[in-house]
Design a protein. Structure first.
Length: 415
């Protein structure tokens, strides 16, 4: 693995790579593992807040040349298409298009898929929106956790949304939360994806977040179960050829084999590397899971409200915060003690907090599954075919680190 090049943005200015916006906290279903605390609330983000947010952001000059805007933290399709037409037009009007720092914007939705129609597909096509659909596999696996508010399964409407996307010829990925049962079913999961024409797959392992406590993390064998699942699924998918992208592997590859000197960012540990904005304009950073969450030591994790505070003031609050201080201690502890630091750059602070009770800690089950296991499997596979590589084989792999790993940006989790 390459040595880790510091991912930190300059201390006097952030580098914003992703903005996660909550158009509404409301969700039309009631998944048992959901961490969102206020998903019955039908409040909708105002267009004035959209205008204020992106006026501040683009005027700051702090954006990455390629900015991902993820509409999430509730069901984004629960608000009307007209909302997005107006919001997207506002952002496009404000976006720097010329000059020394032009910005390209990529909108993305993470949706349960139940509300997708031809009209939504037309919006997606018009604005080239990245689409992720949450589906946990075949009906019996999906409906176990992903239920309506009356307790019925949601599989039929979700698969109808996926088929609508396919009929429209619109690309998408799926995000599946792996449970104790599905970890034992890599062959069945692959067969399901292939049968539905699903080519891009992302996995989250059911985890403890907010008020939800997963029993998966209570045993010591989870790493081995997930490693077996991912190895089997990846190898079978490669042999089959119809699955084009497995996030856990394809996002890790360019980090493991990146060229010397290529910067490996971890926006979860940078103040405002990731900006999270709820439907009232409240701002957090580091992880969207911190929006709406309160803690006796740190308070509510909010850095200000974009309607009343400037982005400069919000950034100063982040830099001066006690939780950033402890997040940075955790990063340095990972740097000193973890051999996978060159791949992850200090882990996911929110998982350190939820699993270990503190930001200034190191290893979590989440980083074991999302960083260590994929890295081990990639190196295991590389060892097996290294002798057969052409002379420029490793250079070719490393060169892929400079290319996007997928058609749309995926945050670390987001069921």
């Amino acid at each position: 693995m390459q040595s880790y090049t510091s991912s930190q943005a300059p201390v006097d200015r952030p580098e914003v790579e992703m903005v996660i916006i909550q158009p509404t906290p409301f969700c039309n279903i009631n998944c048992s593992y959901c961490y969102l605390p206020d998903r019955s609330n039908k409040h909708v983000l105002s267009q004035a807040t959209v205008t204020r947010l992106f006026t501040e952001l683009f005027a700051s000059g702090w954006t990455n040349p390629e900015l991902t805007i993820l509409w999430h933290a509730g069901e984004p399709l629960a608000v009307p298409i007209s909302f997005y037409r107006e919001a997207f037009a506002t952002i496009e009007r404000l976006r720097p298009k010329d000059g020394p720092r032009p910005v390209m914007v990529k909108h993305s939705f993470q949706t349960n898929g139940m509300l997708i129609t031809d009209a939504w597909c037309n919006l997606f096509k018009e604005w080239n929106v990245g689409i992720g659909v949450s589906i946990d596999g075949p009906r019996e696996l999906h409906d176990f956790h992903r239920k309506t508010r009356s307790g019925a399964g949601t599989f039929d409407k979700t698969i109808a949304g996926i088929r609508c996307l396919r009929e429209a010829g619109y690309p998408f990925h799926v995000l599946s939360v792996l449970s104790r049962a599905s970890l034992e079913m890599p062959e069945e999961m692959l067969a399901f994806y292939v049968s539905e024409g699903i080519e891009h797959v992302c996995f989250n392992v059911e985890e403890s977040e907010g008020d939800y406590v997963s029993d998966l993390f209570q045993g010591g064998e989870l790493r081995q179960h997930f490693e077996t699942f991912l190895r089997t699924f990846w190898h079978l998918a490669r042999a089959d050829g119809r699955i084009k992208f497995v996030r856990e592997i394809d996002h890790a590859l360019p980090r493991v084999f990146r060229p010397e000197g290529v910067r490996a960012r971890n926006i979860q540990v940078e103040p405002l590397g990731m900006i999270n904005v709820d439907s009232h304009g409240n701002v957090s950073s580091f992880s969207p899971e911190l929006l709406g969450y309160k803690n006796a030591d740190y308070g509510d994790f909010l850095l200000g409200n974009i309607n009343t505070s400037s982005l400069t003031e919000i950034y100063k609050t982040a830099v001066d915060s006690a939780f950033l201080r402890d997040i940075q201690k955790g990063v340095e502890a990972c740097r000193a003690h973890c051999e996978y630091f060159s791949v992850c750059g200090g882990g996911a602070p929110v998982n350190k907090f939820f699993e270990n009770g503190r930001f200034d800690s190191t290893t979590t089950s989440f980083c074991t599954l999302t960083q260590m296991v994929p890295t081990d499997l990639i190196l295991e596979a590389f060892d097996k075919f290294e002798q057969n590589l052409p002379d420029d084989g490793l250079a070719t792999i490393a060169q892929s680190a400079t290319q996007p790993a997928a058609s749309s940006a995926h945050p670390p989790r987001m069921p």
